[in-house]
Design a protein around this ligand. Structure first.
Ligand SMILES: Cc1cc2nc3c(=O)[nH]c(=O)nc-3n(C[C@H](O)[C@H](O)[C@H](O)COP(=O)(O)O)c2cc1C
Length: 262
């Protein structure tokens, strides 16, 4: 396996960090790698906020569904889907007036622009993650940054056409403590389709979710049990994740973001 594939294969989310800080040179390499990520139309429809202030980290540890390890990460990067920079440029370039004069179409950023900006931001984020990994620096995405939009908007002074799409914690893995096992993935045949998409029947789903079902059964038998309300692993995930408080809050928060964008 070549060194790039080794880095990709070896990566896992890291949530416990050694006290060792990330150096200026390492931050520079991580950011430089992010900048080299592909970007739609070479527009770089994202911005990155380096979060270094401890009070801000402490606040994020609370607002992102109470995850204390966020406050302990030596380096945090907030990836914003950002159409504001370009739209400000369009505006200061007099596009509205010129469109009117020439009877040409004029519009503000819309849903397609938002999704493109999200693609850009996430590709840059993942490039930063892999660059960090190659330097021995672990990372963990925080999807809960999509919650509490109003608080995050005010904390980071976000204008309408910016959206906090992902927060990533960086830090060297803690020397001591249990090493997480590699997390399982669905078998390739359930993820990769040939030429067109295909939905799976219940028998195939039995096979697809086998690893989750086995873990659920084991946890259920363990002292204290888990998910007493669930009859099976599908129900357990539905109740624990899909209709959980954090998931409902995420949906509410994203509705607010979209209102703002549109
Ligand atoms: C979009 C996204 C959001 C995530 N949000 C969180 C999070 O809020 N907290 C957390 O501990 N891990 C989070 N993770 C990490 C996943 O739990 C992790 O990637 C997954 O369990 C697979 O494990 P691995 O990364 O070690 O392979 C997130 C990952 C992604 C891609």
């Amino acid at each position: 396996m070549n060194p790039t594939l080794q880095v990709i294969e070896g990566r896992r989310s890291v949530r416990a960090y050694s006290g060792q800080p990330i150096t200026y040179e390492e931050k520079d390499l991580i950011l430089q790698a992010a900048f080299r990520a592909p970007t739609a139309g070479n527009m770089m429809l994202y911005s990155i906020v380096e979060v270094e202030d401890q009070a801000l980290k402490d606040r994020l540890a609370e607002t992102c569904d109470h995850q204390p390890f966020i406050a302990k990460a030596p380096y945090l990067l907030l990836f914003l889907a950002d159409f504001q920079r370009w739209f400000d440029f369009f505006t200061s370039s007099g596009v509205e007036r010129r469109s009117r004069e020439l009877n040409l179409p004029y519009r503000t950023p819309q849903a397609g622009d938002l999704l493109l900006a999200c693609c850009d931001a996430l590709i840059a984020a993942q490039t930063a993650v892999i660059a960090a990994e190659s330097l021995g620096i672990g990372s963990c995405y925080i999807g809960d940054i999509l919650e509490q939009y109003e608080i995050h908007r005010d904390l980071f002074n976000l204008p309408a056409y910016t959206l906090p799409i992902s927060l990533v914690c960086f830090g060297r893995p803690a020397a001591a403590g249990p090493q997480a096992n590699r997390t399982p993935r669905f078998a390739r045949e359930f993820i990769v389709h040939k030429n067109s998409y295909r939905r799976f029947n219940p028998e195939e789903m039995e096979t697809m979710f086998k690893h989750l079902r086995e873990r659920f059964e084991a946890q259920r038998k363990a002292p204290g049990g888990v998910s007493p309300e669930a009859e099976n692993v599908g129900q357990a995930v539905f109740f624990r994740k899909f209709v959980s408080d954090f998931s409902l809050e995420m949906s509410r928060s994203v509705r607010e973001m979209l209102k703002n964008w549109e």
